[in-house]
Design a protein around this ligand. Structure first.
Ligand code: FMN
Length: 479
């Protein structure tokens, strides 16, 4: 199975695909790099590698690493022009089977140990944390990275992306939502016991490990990464705590999370495309050690209006993990797609509507799952609609969803980042949920169903074929 051991190999592959731009001119970490990455996301332009960062000789930036489907296809070893369903099939194929246990390398074999800084020499300000957007509460080191932590009771390892802002030379701060895996460790176990939680932050992870860390799979992330690579992920022991990190990552920051003390963090441009969270006390990371590769490459994701890699990958993997859930329950779905432009707020489900209220059953399962807090709109269409075709879905939504009987609203768990949420809802992670049932009721007489008037549905097969056979000859551009 094709995979890239580190971002250096991946950058070379993007360069070969003409999907990478190297910038040799000096670029300021103070908003200029952020502005470049933002424009790249909005234009779906090639990934930038910035090789000359102001005040940080020897450091480099890699922006928008997986912000487009062609880049995601490349990560998964596919042709960059693959369609979304083809990429989805590859993800489903790669996330099936028995996950291999990680392989622990000797420290001498791990590039992330090329430089080791401990004790008084630790200084986060020597790393080129970018000021990503104007108005951010500080410089963010953790924008495309993950945090490794171990459950204090059962030893389960979690990799999760939780943003981190540099607070001072030895301190970072950031939000850890209470329903995330690390949130449950911190708020449910460490805080009540007054115990610190050792952590390791991985900056510049290889692209598959990055995907695994933000995929809402039930498989522990180091094993999921190995499963997606087709062989064990290579890890190495930390210097100052009992954790392991990807050996080929660019920068590792080790330390402890303090459960009983918070510092102010934010605002920050967020995945919803807005700056929503106020500056308020959040989780504190005290740093003991930094290790890094020679000429390290700091990854930058610039969250804002769609599409950045967080939106793209979270939509992609949330949709496919929800698809697995619905299939495991025997629901006759044709597929699930979360448009990244919805900032993973809308789940579109295709189904064979063979019994009443199947749409409500789908929505209740999806909203009730572990993934429920991250989205609030479920759109259910019948199996005649191509769920990846925005025009078909929008047409079904506007013509088949009964404005009274087709819309169902429930209370649920939500993120404090929802721009539409009230202050009270944000404070208490409350999130209302809505189902748009765009299927015609099964109790309607089949002969009374409104007939879709399209080339594919309204003409006999032989007429369609006759027209299509000569279409290009007539000079029409046939797709
Ligand atoms: C770029 C990016 C930044 C994120 N930042 C945060 C964050 O600051 N806090 C948080 O709780 N979740 C954040 N998330 C979502 C978590 O990474 C996500 O829930 C992750 O899969 C953790 O999984 P878990 O819920 O299984 O722990 C972020 C996701 C991405 C892609």
């Amino acid at each position: 199975m094709k995979y890239y051991k580190d971002n250096r190999e991946y950058i070379a592959a993007l360069e070969k695909n003409n999907d990478l731009v190297r910038i040799k001119e000096e670029i300021d970490w103070d908003m200029e790099a952020g502005a470049i990455v933002r424009k790249v996301c909005e234009d779906k332009a090639p990934s930038p590698v910035m090789e000359n960062i102001k005040d940080y000789p020897g450091h480099r930036y890699f922006g928008a690493p997986i912000a487009t489907y062609p880049r995601l296809a490349t990560v998964l070893g596919l042709d960059p022009n693959s369609s979304i369903p083809e990429i989805a099939d590859e993800y489903l194929k790669r996330t099936k089977g028995n996950p291999p246990a990680p392989k622990i390398l000797d420290k001498s074999e791990a590039p992330c140990k090329e430089n080791i800084i401990t004790g008084n020499d630790v200084d986060l300000l020597k790393l080129p944390a970018p000021m990503v957007h104007e108005g951010d509460g500080g410089r963010y080191l953790g924008t495309w990275h993950f945090i490794v932590a171990k459950d204090p009771d059962n030893g389960d390892v979690n990799w999760g992306m939780y943003r981190t802002m540099v607070y001072d030379s030895k301190t970072m701060v950031g939000p850890v939502l209470p329903f995330s895996d690390m949130g449950k460790m911190l708020h449910g176990k460490c805080a009540p016991r007054g115990k610190t939680l050792p952590f390791a932050m991985v900056i510049g992870p290889d692209p598959i490990s990055a995907i695994a860390s933000c995929a809402p799979s039930s498989i522990p992330e180091p094993e999921l990464a190995g499963l997606m690579m087709g062989e064990s992920v290579e890890l190495v022991k930390c210097e100052t705590c009992d954790l392991e990190v990807p050996a080929h990552a660019e920068i590792i920051i080790e330390g402890e999370i303090l459960p009983d003390f918070q510092l102010d963090e934010a605002p920050f441009g967020e995945y919803t495309g807005y700056r929503t969270s106020p500056r308020e006390p959040r989780t504190v990371y005290r740093v003991n050690c930094i290790t890094y590769r020679n000429d390290p490459i700091t990854t930058i994701s610039n969250m804002g209006v769609p599409t950045d890699e967080g939106q793209l990958l979270r939509s992609f993997s949330l949709g496919l993990e929800l698809e697995k859930l619905l299939r495991s329950q025997g629901i006759p779905i044709t597929g699930v797609f979360m448009p990244p432009e919805s900032t993973h707020h809308m789940m579109v489900v295709g189904v064979k509507p063979i019994y009443s209220n199947i749409a409500a059953q789908i929505a209740q399962l999806a909203f009730g799952s572990k993934l429920g807090p991250w989205f609030h709109q479920v759109v259910v269409v019948d199996d005649s609609i191509d769920i990846y075709n925005y025009a078909e879905v929008f047409h079904a939504f506007t013509t088949r969803c009964h404005p009274k009987d087709g819309i169902h609203v429930w209370d649920g768990v939500g993120t404090p980042l929802n721009p539409f949420a009230t202050k009270f809802e944000r404070t208490w992670s409350k999130g209302p949920k809505v189902l748009f049932d765009c299927t015609f009721p099964v109790d309607w007489d089949k002969n009374d169903l409104p007939r879709l008037v399209s080339f594919k549905t309204i003409y006999p097969q032989d007429i369609q074929e006759k027209v299509l056979a000569r279409w290009a000859d007539w000079g029409f551009n046939r797709k």
